[in-house]
Design a protein around this ligand. Structure first.
Ligand SMILES: [Zn+2]
Length: 139
């Protein structure tokens, strides 16, 4: 057994690899799948989505055979890239369940009253507290 294969590497099912004569392509597809096996789900579809945009790149159907990703998934990756990944913040990539619900809770500010009051600076401090006021650094 090999050490820790987290996910099985997809075996390319494209015609070239089935025939197996074009060793360079076979190797390239193997490496692509090896690389993809180390990425998480969104990263995989973005990578393949990116590949699909290159001039002379295989069709989505071909890419689907090569990578094992759905054509729909590839299109989605491409769309997300086109949208500059706006819907997918970089700090949390898993939006579609699977993970635990976020335990992060933010204490709600009590109706804004506890908020920092820069506004009080609108009032003039009385003369003798001028210096102290400056050193408050609160704002
Ligand atoms: Zn192949």
């Amino acid at each position: 057994m090999t050490a820790q294969t987290e996910k099985a590497v997809h075996r390319c099912e494209c015609d070239i690899c089935q025939v197996g004569t074009d060793l360079e392509t076979v190797r390239h597809h193997e490496q692509m799948n090896l690389f993809l096996s180390r990425l998480n789900e969104p990263q995989r579809r973005w990578y393949v989505g990116l590949l699909s945009q290159k001039a002379g790149s295989p069709s989505d159907r071909q890419l689907s055979l090569i990578t094992g990703l759905d054509e729909v998934t590839i299109r989605r990756g491409r769309r997300e890239l086109e949208a500059e990944l706006a819907d997918v913040p970089s700090d949390r990539q898993r939006r579609e369940g699977g993970g635990r619900p976020s335990a992060e809770k933010r204490p709600r500010a009590r109706d804004g009253s506890a908020r920092h009051r820069c506004l009080s600076h609108g009032r003039r401090p009385d003369g003798r507290r001028k210096v102290a006021q400056l050193s408050l650094a609160g704002c």
